[in-house]
Design a protein. Sequence first.
Length: 177
Amino acid sequence: MNKLLLGVFLITSGFANAEIVTNSKGESINLKSDGTWVKEVNVNTSELQNSHEITQSDLISSEKIIATNPSILTKKMKGGEDQDVNVKISFMVGIPENIKTFDLKKSNRMIFSAVENTKSTLKNPYSFIPRKIQMLDRSPTEWYVTVEYTAKNSYGADVAGKRIFKFDQNGKIIGAV
């Protein structure tokens, strides 16, 4: 019986050893088992998506996209440390018939997915600053979203980067370059 209690005590003490602290900004910091600290991030995805959504008033009308091909607009988006950054977003509708099927909700979802996927691949996602986003349709079933950004490398220097994502007609990522 004593051995059983001792075993349970030893096993549970390992789980109880996790340490969570709160810094001066009110952020939760978690001590991982390997001795590193990780900032706990509670992401409100609807808030993130709304921060950069393109609205109909941004485009005036869907004909504006094809009339000024490529159509370029500047929109405020959140960078890696939640700072507002002006980002140039351009649309290139390659096939005029596709303008009738251009869906703002789908394009916002594609932009959000491309930006978040780009940010998640970085060594330091908090240094991510989006600079330019391009959307190009190649066919009714293929969209490409290019994210150009700057981020800090291991030495703290700013480095420019670019990621290209391929989306299907439903707005799901089917490939990345």
